[in-house]
Design a binder for this molecule. Structure first.
Ligand SMILES: Cc1ncc(COP(=O)(O)O)c(C=O)c1O
Length: 475
């Protein structure tokens, strides 16, 4: 039942203090014509409503969540305690800078740590998510070429294994996309890259490890080729959980990057945010950044350069995500950060090796923090698809891996166990995967019907996409 259906007129739980400022009513022309629908429930009913909803969904606190490319790691609760401190929550973005120096220090310190981890020189925390960071980074690349009077660079190279947001961001930034196919090994095909690298290329967007979970061994050559034709290299840092503290995008030859703080640096995400996609860059791009934090003699202040691309979001981005990230960085420290990545890689390889005698791996190589399997053979043999196995996992209390992505792998399931899962959890999940495989061979029909234990069973996904109901209709 929806919260509006539970609502009863006059039943409320308003705990707002009495208004202590003059009430200014809107002008007649600005008044709304229809009544505002606000649900009216007692605190008790409201609390039960959200608890009921929470029980219907699956989060990191409920169980294993190996959603590839999403890094659903456990987020330590101390991050929440820090983000809830009144000194952070009870400030207003329009307060004079000298009254919020503590918050600015949080951003400066986080910037310094993240620049050290990534090999960048400066960073902005304005972008609200990874895709927003990509768009910001591409505008920096554009501003760089334009500042040199180089107008002929109209294309961005994007490998076909890229996350869909990469080409979308490139188009939004006004570029056309040159897609290059991956080689048999799942990595960038150097010959194909050389063939498109010309004086019309503004840059390349790449994630490393890439979306099939492999670290591109030719990375230095790739960035050299792009620089050789005058382009810049953009690092999609959504997969940094595999390499943080071990290798740096700046040392791989990248000029500009985004990070997904909400993934790698531990903030609960999914369901729409809040996220944070800070963009870091090398010195050559710094003058184009949105306002940057500058350290004066005694105070920190934001300064906008005359060549800045302008602000990408109001004020400072999702500041409390930065507080969580800093807490995480300080908790793990210099030794803990690379260790977290190494354990993420170890867990992924452990699972992959325990499954590869049954499931076909898209690339049978040492993987990084995630691996991709193709259920193409299983589907041909039994009719059971990647979707069926994913739905079967739900009946076993496991969130499905990412399905049908990357697009270059047929019937793909992309598994990212993360470093925060124990050996026992991995063993249980491995057993579930193996049981489902056996079930596919013996009783495919029951997998086509899965899930049967969840609040909603198999959904009509085509119907939902074609005829979405996005708004509650009040009678
Ligand atoms: C490789 C990669 N790049 C970019 C993004 C976009 O990040 P966001 O969802 O924060 O916009 C994602 C998100 O899943 C991703 O996996």
């Amino acid at each position: 039942m929806l919260v509006f259906e539970k609502s009863r007129p006059g039943r409320g739980c308003s705990m707002l203090p009495a208004c202590d400022v003059e009430i200014v009513l809107p002008k007649e022309k600005d008044k709304r014509e229809l009544a505002l629908h606000m649900p009216e429930l007692s605190e008790n009913e409201l609390s039960r409503h959200y608890t009921e909803l929470a029980k219907k969904s699956h989060g990191v606190n409920d169980g294993f969540y190996p959603l590839g490319s999403c890094t659903m790691k456990y987020n330590p609760k101390i991050n929440e305690d820090m983000a809830a401190l009144p000194g952070f929550t009870e400030v207003h973005p329009l307060q004079p800078a000298h009254t919020v120096q503590g918050c600015m220090e949080v951003m400066k310190e986080t910037e310094e740590y993240l620049c050290e981890i990534t090999g960048m020189d400066h960073m902005t925390f304005q972008p609200a998510a990874g895709a927003h960071g990509e768009f910001t980074g591409l505008l920096l690349i554009k501003a760089y070429h334009e500042s040199r009077g180089d107008k002929k660079r109209t294309k961005i190279i994007v490998p076909d294994s890229a996350h869909g947001t990469n080409p979308a961001s490139a188009v939004m930034a006004g570029y056309s996309v040159v897609s290059i196919p991956s080689g048999e090994d799942g990595c960038v095909d150097l010959e194909k890259l050389r063939a498109v690298a010309g004086d019309d290329i503004a840059g390349l967007m790449l994630t490393n490890p890439n979306t099939v979970g492999l670290f591109d061994k030719n990375i230095l050559e790739i960035t050299n080729i792009v620089h050789g034709c005058g382009g810049l290299c953009y690092y999609d840092g959504a997969n940094l959980n595999a390499v943080m503290g071990t290798v740096r995008p700046g040392d791989m030859g990248f000029d500009v990057i985004h990070l997904n703080l909400h993934k790698t640096f531990s903030t609960p995400h999914g369901g729409g945010g809040p996220g944070s996609g800070p963009v870091g860059c090398k010195e050559c791009l710094t003058e184009f950044l949105p306002s940057v934090l500058v350290e004066g003699e005694e105070t920190l202040s934001f300064v906008k350069s005359e060549h800045s691309i302008g602000e990408m979001k109001s004020f400072y981005g999702n500041f409390l995500v930065v507080v969580r990230a800093l807490t995480y960085l300080k908790t793990l420290g210099r030794e803990g950060i690379p260790k977290a990545s190494q354990n993420a890689v170890l867990n992924a390889n452990y699972m992959m090796n325990k499954l590869k005698d049954l499931y076909t791996m898209a690339y049978d190589e040492v993987c990084m923090h995630e691996f991709v399997m193709s259920l193409s053979d299983l589907k041909k043999k039994t009719g059971v698809s990647a979707m069926d196995i994913a739905k079967g996992l739900l009946d076993n209390g496991i969130h499905p891996p990412t399905m049908y992505f990357p697009l270059i792998v047929d019937e793909a399931l992309m598994v990212e166990p993360t470093e925060t899962e124990s050996r026992e959890t991995l063993d249980e999940a491995i057993q579930v995967f193996r049981n489902l495989y056996e079930m596919a061979e013996k009783e495919a029909e029951s997998l086509h019907a899965a899930p049967v234990t969840t609040p909603v069973t198999r959904l009509d996904e085509v119907g939902a996409a074609r005829h979405p109901v996005l708004r509650y209709q009040f009678s």
